[in-house]
Structure formats: structure tokens, C-alpha cells
Design a protein around this ligand. Structure first.
Ligand SMILES: O=P(O)(O)OC[C@H]1O[C@H](OP(=O)(O)OP(=O)(O)O)[C@H](O)[C@@H]1O
Ligand SMILES: O=c1cc[nH]c(=O)[nH]1
Ligand SMILES: [Mg+2]
Length: 209
């Protein structure tokens, strides 16, 4: 396994991923579970953020506190990545948020861009790209291309479910990124859906099934 691919092993994450797979899970529960998984994966994926030391005055004494050195930019891939933003914002409230709008053409499975707005100082930030699903990898590869064009150098991609094909494609296209993936499934089917997967994450998050 590529050492830049981090597949989650925490029981809480795996338990909740099994719950979102269930076709009987309601839109409300799906959304809440995606939030909770993103929070837990956010904790795992930020372990190596650089820290700086600064003086803090407690009510008792002066001490040296550790703080996150590099600012963070979160970049959800629309639509489904939106379901992961609030969780990450709750643990990194100073993060700025960029948006990349992409949808997969249902025939060709190629990503089509319809929106891109990124923080102007993204080149100075640790970037975390958010999308629950990594299928062929086309959408994530295109989003990371945009972000690199703006000068970003430190990029992590956080996905809840990945297909082996997508993991390989994104790591081949962008060997310098770190991938945090909840779980890697069996394969893609002939329509480009992850098997067993969870169906269409955007539709399940927003009730557009
Ligand atoms: O790895 P890929 O083969 O590119 O597929 C994954 C993409 O497909 C889904 O988005 P979708 O196109 O369904 O758009 P949506 O989020 O608006 O539903 C998903 O959220 C990813 O962005
Ligand atoms: O299985 C898949 C593949 C792409 N997008 C999804 O939402 N689900
Ligand atoms: Mg979708």
C-alpha cells in the first residue's frame, strides 16, 4: 500500500460508514452520520499539522502554548463535499473555504466544471479537499489540478469511500498528496458506481433521489 494512502481503522468511523451504506438510512441520519464521520476523519487527518509555540498567560502563570502554524483551506467538491464542511469547520474554525463545482457526465463519467472559487492565499495554506466519494478519481484529480494551478503545495484529500481504481488514479496523477479514505471498497461497476458503496452521495445528502 502507498504510504501516502491512509485508510481508517477506527471502530467509530467504520461503524458509521456501515450505517450510511444502508439504503434504509434516512436523509437526516445520513447527513448527521456524514458529519460525524467527517469530524472523526478530520481528527485523524490533522495529526501532522505543523505547530508553533507562543506565550500564553493563564490566570496562574505564563506558559508556552502550541498553536497550529499553517492556516488551513477546506475545499469541498460540490455538491456532496458540502456535507463534510461543517464538521471540519467546527474543529478548525479559522479555516477558509473554497468551492469547486464538478459533476460527472453520466455517459462519459468525465468531470464537468461549473464553479471554482478559492481563497486567494491558498498557496500559503494546508489544503484539505473534501468529497465523500472517490470513484474513477476524475473529479478529485480535476479539483486538485485547479488548486495546484493556484500554487497550493500541501494538499490532503479526504474521502469516506474510495474505489481501488480511483485511489490508484488520484495517487498516480498527484503522487505528492496525502489521501485519507474511510474505507476502500471492492470495485466500480459498469456505471462508475462504487461497489458496494452507498449509491449517490449527493442525492442521499440532499434528498434528490
Ligand atoms: O471519482 P469520480 O468518478 O469523479 O466520482 C466521484 C464524484 O461523483 C460524485 O459527484 P456527482 O458527480 O454525483 O455530483 P454531485 O455531488 O453533485 O451529486 C461524488 O461526490 C464525486 O464528486
Ligand atoms: O458510487 C458513487 C460514485 C460516484 N458518486 C457517488 O456519489 N457514488
Ligand atoms: Mg452525485
Amino acid at each position: 500500500m502507498n504510504e501516502r494512502v491512509h485508510e481508517m481503522t477506527h471502530p467509530l468511523i467504520l461503524h458509521k460508514i456501515s450505517m450510511i451504506r444502508d439504503e434504509k438510512t434516512t436523509v437526516k441520519d445520513f447527513r448527521e452520520l456524514v458529519y460525524e464521520i467527517s469530524l472523526l476523519m478530520g481528527y485523524e487527518s490533522t495529526r501532522d499539522l505543523d505547530m508553533i509555540e507562543q506565550t500564553v498567560n493563564t490566570p496562574i502563570a505564563e506558559t508556552t502554548g502550541k498553536f497550529i502554524a499553517k492556516q488551513v483551506a477546506l475545499v469541498p467538491i460540490l455538491r456532496a463535499g458540502l456535507g463534510m464542511v461543517d464538521a471540519l469547520m467546527s474543529i478548525i474554525p479559522a479555516a477558509k473555504v473554497g468551492h469547486v463545482g464538478l459533476y460527472r457526465d453520466h455517459e462519459t463519467l468525465e468531470p464537468k466544471e461549473y464553479y471554482c472559487k478559492l481563497p486567494p492565499d491558498i498557496d500559503k495554506r494546508q489544503v484539505i479537499v473534501l468529497d465523500p466519494m472517490l470513484a474513477t478519481g476524475g473529479s478529485s484529480i480535476a479539483a486538485i489540478d485547479f488548486i495546484k494551478q493556484r500554487g497550493a503545495k500541501r494538499i490532503k484529500l479526504m474521502c469516506i469511500i474510495g474505489a481501488p481504481e480511483g485511489v490508484e488514479a488520484v495517487m498516480n496523477a498527484h503522487p505528492d498528496i496525502e489521501l485519507f479514505v474511510g474505507t476502500i471498497d471492492e470495485k466500480l461497476n459498469e456505471k462508475g458506481y462504487i461497489v458496494p458503496g452507498l449509491g449517490d452521495a449527493g442525492d442521499r445528502l440532499f434528498g434528490t433521489i
